[in-house]
Write a protein that binds this ligand. Structure first.
Ligand code: FES
Length: 882
């Protein structure tokens, strides 16, 4: 593109054609005031504060919307320009209410800042306050549109960044304001309460509800969101050691830019819950009643109790009688120390983490299958995607920031194929929606691949160079029974062919969620997905990412640090002798070659009495696993249960010792997100009371159990990880980096998986309906943390079971009715929501709400055994409750 030299305030700068004068001035470090401009939004030219004067013609131009031209020379602060700016500010203030003293924006208000900068106080204009009723009929956002300056940032952010379309301009002239359709409350609109508009609003027109009463943050620090696997970069505001406000930290190198989701923006108020643990607790018998209860204790007493009991149990029953359940929410450093405590100090491989229940095993499978090629998948690649396939995922609810990327791609005209039995919110944006029958993903993927092969719509050069087993795969697909594919999926042949046409000759970006991973044929479906991706020539090659929508913020990192039964840090196999030997040398120990028990098998071992002690860090299995009562009884059978957490929950209540950890905002460390991005962060506030960072607790306990040299700092742990885990060479404690990945041109070809078909399961007469168990945007996972957020709790979160109008009619229930959902494992009763987006014979049951009771429908065995049945769907029957 052509370069040109222009002059700004007498300084010359060379810039590319198309650059705006404002951007050119920024390059020179000349600050032109602005209120409606945002680097992530299309320029709009509404506020006119960025006026500059053409030195030759005297013309005044809005710098944000005027592109540079050859030999242009402008003045940014000439007397004329300054005079005009002052007048604009005076007019804005004349229309602005005089409520700054109680406005939560305070000194951060853009209007107030420019007024101060230009010395505008008394306007000498007739005040024309544009009175508007306050809108705050929702728990998140207060809209005071009398403070709106019509910069349009909220509307543009809504349309361009999060692509929701809940608001637009309403009325004309003086009455013009951003509004929802028919000026309904936000809660009655399409608004998802992502809060992007609140963060981007330059004045107090859009504000955090109740923000005026907690005060302006005293400190603001960058951090990383502790909820889902996207790992949004946050700017956390705090006052008096409490988090009071959260905004996107933005920046071109952040995954989320100027956006967040409702959880990231508003649910961090759970950090201030009265249920926070303020210090260690030890179960102590009451001297009179003999009943035991948890009582406050010193760290010395609590850590000694844990080390003494562990030593005694090891002496009596051996190290294999102790298990460790780590956390996909704790940091890399903490998971590294945790598994080292298990493997080296205690000498057991019984270690797992909560990522077990969100498809982590299949991520391992994928990594193994592809030789580590897929590990880095920047979401920014979606900005140049050729085609996108979304399968088994409802990203609008589970990982909303990913949905923003997908919707923006669809806005640009990228073919977007959504595979889902339900009409999810993403369907509105889809080029094709393949509404398959539940559990028929594998058939559909094979059917799509067969169509592509038949039409030569694949990348032969890529397949030749980077894969093996294509011949066998092709042969397998040649005998695919297409009629069976149509029967199983419930799709017409032409519909599958039309979808294949959209993918023809294009690299496919794959977005895959738990829906596919948590099924009986999850591993085979994943294999079929990889096959499809290889066919398109896109696997691991920009722009075709392969995005596994990992649910927790550090599920990837917990696995990478070896907090799993079969892998040592760096995803190296424990059973591989050379790998094991190298770790034995590094840690100066011997390691058992036998993989330990996974999360569910540890529960089963506790039930049978084989496991005597369990150390749980940052997980709440009584709530997050199916068969809550069974899990609780198994844990109560243990001789000793240690639970390290930040809040009181169902599992801490039955612990023998509770160790009070720190939330991510109260400690330093790093997380790895679903892209493979390593993000370090520092504490924003201190942990409450005597609570301590989890790494400190583990380090101190290690010391009590005989570890010679405590680490003493996160930096020291990082140094060891960097030295011993090459995949984490970019973990540096301050900047962000990426995990190491094999290069696409690496030596190992990727094998096509064999073509497998599912068995046709007869419909069980007693359980003719398929329950689809899924998340919704307000809660993450089991809802342990989001359920403690006062704002989230104040939403009318739909804990309702959703059924089709046909089933509602057959049952004679309406939106006001209740149904009992009965499976072969258990039952639950929920209010009904009739949803035309569901097919007859389906019921959607959201997780995370009502104590995560949706899991009553499935059994623990759905997650274990050689062929786990998965827990995304299960057969049920519906009964009307009168
Ligand atoms: Fe240019 Fe508002 S910043 S018109």
């Amino acid at each position: 593109m052509e370069n040109m030299v222009i002059s700004i305030d007498g300084k010359t700068v060379s810039c590319r054609a198309g650059t705006s004068i404002l951007e050119a001035a920024d390059q020179l470090g000349i600050r032109i005031p602005r209120l409606c401009h945002h680097p992530d939004l299309k320029p709009f030219g509404a506020c006119r504060l960025c006026l500059v004067e053409d030195e030759k013609t005297g013309r005044l131009m809005a710098a944000c919307v005027t592109p540079v031209a050859p030999h242009l020379a402008v003045q940014t602060h000439s007397p004329r320009v300054v005079n005009h700016r002052r007048n604009i500010i005076r007019l804005m203030i004349a229309e602005h209410p005089e409520s700054c003293i109680v406005c939560s924006k305070g000194n951060r208000c853009g209007l107030r800042q420019v007024a101060a900068q230009y010395g505008v106080g008394e306007t000498h204009l007739y005040p024309m306050a544009n009175a508007r009723p306050l809108e705050q009929a929702n728990p998140f956002i207060t809209r005071d549109l009398s403070k709106c300056i019509l910069c349009g940032k909220c509307i543009r952010a809504d349309h361009e960044l999060v692509a929701v379309g809940a608001i637009d301009y309403n009325h004309r002239g003086f009455r013009s304001r951003p509004a929802t359709v028919h000026e309904a409350d936000l809660g009655a609109s399409e608004c998802t309460f992502c809060g992007t508009c609140v963060s981007i609003c330059p004045t107090g027109a859009l504000a955090l509800k109740g923000g005026a009463y907690v005060g302006t943050p005293v400190v603001e620090s960058d951090s990383v969101c502790g909820f889902c696997g996207v790992g949004c970069r946050l700017a956390m505001g705090a006052a008096y050691e409490k988090i009071t406000e959260v905004n996107p930290a933005g920046g071109p190198d952040s995954v989320n830019g100027a956006t967040l989701c409702v959880r990231g923006h508003f649910a961090h108020d759970f950090l201030n819950t009265p249920k926070r643990l303020h210090g260690p607790l030890i179960r102590t018998p009451h001297p009179d009643t003999g009943e035991s209860d948890l009582a406050p204790a010193s760290w010395e007493a609590a850590l000694c109790r844990v080390s003494d009991r562990f030593r005694r149990i090891i002496a009596q029953s051996g190290p294999q009688s102790i298990g460790f359940l780590g956390s996909s929410k704790c940091t890399l450093e903490e998971n590294y120390l945790f598994q080292k405590l298990a493997r080296v100090t205690v000498q057991t491989n019984h270690i797992d983490n909560g990522g077990f229940v969100s498809g982590q095993r299949l991520v391992m499978h994928l990594d193994e299958k592809t030789g580590g090629r897929w590990r880095r998948n920047p979401l920014s690649w979606l900005d140049s995607a050729e085609s996108i396939l979304v399968i088994g995922a409802d990203p609008n609810h589970s990982v909303p920031v990913v949905s923003y990327y997908l919707k923006r791609a669809a806005q640009r005209g990228v073919p977007l194929i959504v595979v889902d039995p339900r009409r999810t919110e993403l369907v509105k944006w889809a080029t094709a929606w393949l509404r398959i029958n539940p559990r028929s993903d594998l058939e559909l993927l094979n059917g799509l691949a067969a169509c592509l092969l038949e039409r030569n719509g694949y990348d032969a050069a890529f397949i030749d160079k980077h894969t093996e087993g294509f011949g066998l795969y092709r042969y397998g697909l040649s005998s695919l029974n297409r009629d069976r594919v149509c029967r199983m999926t419930g799709l017409e042949k032409s519909r599958i062919e039309r979808a294949a046409d959209l993918l023809h000759g294009k690299k496919i970006s794959v977005v895959v969620g738990h829906g596919i991973l948590q099924q009986q044929y999850g591993a085979h479906s994943l294999g079929a997905l990889i096959n499809l991706s290889l066919l398109s020539g896109g696997f691991g090659v920009r722009p075709a990412g392969f995005y596994v929508l990992i649910r927790e913020n550090n599920a990837m990192g917990a696995m990478d640090m070896g907090a799993v039964p079969n892998l040592l840090p760096g995803r190296r196999s424990l059973t591989h002798e050379a790998v094991r030997k190298s770790w034995e040398k590094a840690w100066k120990t011997t390691l058992s070659p036998d993989p330990g028990l996974d999360m569910v098998r540890m529960i089963e071992a506790a039930e049978k009495g084989f496991l005597k002690a369990l150390y749980i860090m940052g997980e709440n299995p009584v709530r997050s696993l199916p068969e809550s009562d069974r899990v609780k009884k198994a844990l109560q059978k243990l001789e000793f249960l240690v639970v390290q957490d930040i809040v009181q929950n169902e599992t801490t209540a039955i612990a023998d010792v509770v160790l009070s950890g720190a939330a991510f905002s109260e400690k330093g460390g790093a997380f790895t997100n679903l892209e493979g991005r390593i993000q370090s962060f520092s504490p924003v506030v201190s942990p409450p009371g005597l609570a301590r960072a989890d790494w400190w607790i583990l380090d101190s306990l290690g010391g009590k159990m005989g570890n010679a040299a405590p680490y003493g700092s996160v930096d020291k742990i990082d140094e060891e990880i960097r030295r011993l885990v090459p995949m984490y060479a970019q973990l540096d404690g301050r900047a962000q980096g990426w995990i190491g990945a094999e290069q696409p041109n690496g030596a190992h070809p990727i094998s096509f998986s064999a073509v497998v078909s599912t068995e046709e399961a007869p419909v069980a007469e007693d359980f003719p309906v398929t329950a689809i168990i899924g998340s919704q945007r307000y809660h993450l996972g089991s809802g342990t943390r989001t359920g403690l957020s006062p704002r989230i709790r104040a939403v009318d979160v739909q804990a309702r079971a959703e059924i089709s109008p046909q089933d509602a009619e057959a049952l004679n229930v309406s939106d006001a009715g209740r149904v009992r959902i009965v499976s072969h494992c258990g039952e639950l009763t929920r209010d009904v929501r009739v949803n035309g987006d569901l097919s007859p014979g389906q019921v959607f049951v959201p997780t995370g709400v009502e104590n995560n009771s949706a899991l009553a429908l499935i059994g623990l065995d759905a997650l274990s055994g050689a062929r786990p049945a998965g827990w995304k769907t299960c057969p049920v029957r519906l009964e009307k409750v009168d």
